[in-house]
Design a protein around this ligand. Structure first.
Ligand SMILES: Cc1cc2nc3c(=O)[nH]c(=O)nc-3n(C[C@H](O)[C@H](O)[C@H](O)COP(=O)(O)OP(=O)(O)OC[C@H]3O[C@@H](n4cnc5c(N)ncnc54)[C@H](O)[C@@H]3O)c2cc1C
Length: 587
């Protein structure tokens, strides 16, 4: 029987720090980080012809209603993550996306203004993380964490619904996982994806390899039942963000999802009185129906922590931490950061190795890049807090956005900066750089000065918007052209539902080349070369298409070249098909 050790340490007779055929990996935590890690590890292992076994430990049943089946979150999947997941072949189904968001309504105590997505396309998903809020009686949806867990199951991971209570190391330095039910198993690699709300962080810290958990702050989430009809009428496809000068409140958002509205608040002391007074404030009240009564009790309410500064040393030999318990984007897109760290961890484990040195060299840069970007985020939120305190500055912002709503995409400097700040889609550094341009500052200064005059609304407030569906992307009718041969292009497309016909155009003749279906992508050549579109693509029946921006994708491919695997694989199979067709023609 090996003697357990409490600390990971290299042993003279240790097996090599590499994953190989037959290696065993334990993932503790089946939230987004644990699921993304497992999915990408198994996917990369398959590509490298390796057979690896992954056990995911998580006692949570993501089908249960209320906080018990949920990982406490606003439930927004950012625009960039929706696109990157689609490029990875993970399309969020309609049963998971409770609403496709295509606008933000910014409320201040001066007035409100609506910021629409530049493409008029639903590329932000609002979803439940678990089974749904308490009080749900007619759940027709699937939660995001359950959806990802099913994805890992399909990739070959085994889900063990147990809580892990201890970690030791055997005499060869391999981690031993012990569950609450007192079963123990030895692994080649241990991955912690336990978030920041788990007492298990203390267990990891006590392993004494230098890990220090992230700095955290408190948040509160409440769910209100409204019914589909009222939620649609009053919230539409828009998320409502509040920059109010209320002491103790840093940020608040109302997010429509199916029958419910989710309220997410950032602040340390949020109790029932605070919630009552927030909901009674005129800026919030006007979002709800006039006869809507304050809830007598907040049935589905939870408080949890959010990562605001990354962990120290989230790795050791055979030990890796991913997601919130390692690094996360400040206040926004935590699920996106979980994806980034999980993917970087999986790539390192398969392509480089599982020693502390391998993780330091190949995984840690991904965490560092998030942490560095958060420094820029802190500057943005400090400026936002100053704006929050000043009526004149708020008026200046609202006036600029109102004017920009009449302009074309490229010239909407303030709107695009606010859009990316609230959606968490772009790196904070990029937002700061854009906000330093004269095109941003000059109108802001001018409108702040002019703003001593009363603010005139842009007439697009938050109420009464018509909503089409909860699905993501843009709907094309039967026969409608999506791209034209000869057009210049700067995005690729992923089919969310329906089919498209690919055609070559020669003079007046249209030559049928192929039919692509749900999950397929097209237009990818525009990502790699500056040539015009080589084919025309039309919808067959009603088809829903998600566009993926060239910049978003290239930025991610630069950080994670393995993202291009799927695109290259598809392109190579298309070349193979074309060769076969050519051979058939020649014969
Ligand atoms: C109020 C609030 C609103 C937010 N809104 C958004 C948003 O709108 N969009 C967004 O992108 N991000 C949002 N976030 C951030 C987002 O929730 C996190 O970044 C994300 O959940 C991190 O994923 P994770 O897998 O690292 O951790 P978690 O989601 O916390 O998952 C950890 C998992 O580990 C399991 N676990 C813990 N201990 C053990 C153990 N001992 N044994 C076995 N399993 C264990 C837990 O059961 C859990 O399932 C929000 C966060 C908060 C607090």
């Amino acid at each position: 029987m090996p003697t357990p050790n409490s600390k990971p340490r290299p042993m003279a007779d240790s097996p090599p720090f590499k994953l190989d055929d037959g290696s065993q990996v334990a993932v503790i935590g089946g939230g987004p980080a644990g699921s993304f890690f497992s999915h990408f590890l198994l996917d990369l292992a398959k590509r490298a012809d390796m057979n690896i076994a992954v056990d995911i430990y998580d006692p949570k049943d993501f089908l249960r209603f209320g906080p018990i089946g949920c990982n406490h979150c606003g439930g927004i999947v950012s625009e960039s993550l929706v696109q990157i997941m689609a490029a990875e072949g993970i399309n969020i189904p309609e049963t998971v996306a409770q609403r496709g968001i295509d606008a933000y309504v910014l409320h201040t105590d001066v007035d409100s203004v609506r910021i629409d997505t530049p493409l008029q396309e639903k590329r932000i998903a609002a979803m439940f993380r678990g089974g749904g809020p308490l009080g749900t009686s007619d759940a027709t949806w699937e939660g995001f964490d359950g959806f990802l867990q099913n994805l890992t199951r399909d990739s070959g991971a085994k889900i063990i619904p147990e809580k892990v209570k201890a970690i030791d190391f055997d005499d060869t330095g391999r981690p031993v996982v012990t569950t609450r039910g007192d079963t123990s198993k030895t692994y080649d690699l241990l991955v912690g994806a336990v978030g920041v709300n788990s007492p298990f962080l203390k267990v990891i810290e006590k392993l004494d390899f230098g890990y220090r958990p992230p700095e955290i702050t408190k948040t509160t989430i409440c769910e209100f039942y409204m019914g589909q009809e009222l939620a649609k009428r009053y919230f539409g496809d828009a998320m409502h963000v509040f920059l109010l000068n209320i002491p103790g409140l840093r940020f608040a958002a109302l997010i429509p999802k199916g029958n419910f509205i989710t309220l997410a608040l950032l602040g340390e002391k949020i109790d029932k009185e605070f919630l009552d007074s927030f909901l009674k404030s005129p800026e919030v009240k006007k979002c709800f129906p006039p006869d809507w009564d304050l809830p007598k009790e907040y049935k589905c309410r939870c408080s949890s922590y959010i990562n605001i500064r990354g962990a120290l040393q989230p790795f050791a030999d055979r030990v890796l931490l991913v997601g919130d318990c390692a690094a996360s984007k400040l206040y926004k897109n935590g699920i996106g950061a979980a994806y980034v760290t999980a993917k970087a961890g999986a790539t390192t484990a398969i392509l480089h190795g599982i020693s502390a040195g391998d993780f330091k060299q190949n995984y840690w840069p991904a965490c560092k890049s998030i942490n560095t970007d958060n420094a820029f985020g802190r500057i943005i939120f400090a400026i936002t807090r100053q704006i929050q305190k000043s009526k004149f500055l708020k008026r200046g912002v609202l006036r600029v956005v109102a004017k920009e709503s009449k302009k074309e995409g490229k010239h909407r400097h303030m709107s695009s900066v606010l859009w990316d700040t609230f959606t968490g889609s772009a790196p904070y550094r990029n937002i700061i750089l854009r906000s330093m341009r004269p095109g941003f500052w000059l109108p802001f200064i001018w409108e702040t000065i002019v703003g001593m005059l009363p603010f005139r609304k842009n007439g697009k407030g938050g109420k009464g918007q018509v909503i089409s569906s909860n699905a993501l992307g843009k709907v094309y009718r039967d026969g409608e052209t999506i791209i034209n041969q000869g057009d210049t292009g700067d995005c690729m497309y992923v089919i969310q539902s329906g089919k498209v016909r690919i055609m070559g155009v020669e003079g007046n003749r249209k030559i049928h080349l192929a039919v692509l279906e749900e999950g397929d992508f097209f237009g990818e050549m525009a990502l790699f070369e500056k040539q015009v579109r080589s084919t025309t693509v039309c919808a067959i029946d009603e088809t829903r298409i998600l566009t993926i921006d060239k910049k978003t994708l290239l930025r991610r491919i630069h950080e994670d070249p393995s993202l291009a695997f799927r695109i290259l694989q598809k392109m190579s199979s298309r070349i193979r098909e074309m060769n076969c067709q050519l051979r058939d023609v020649q014969n």
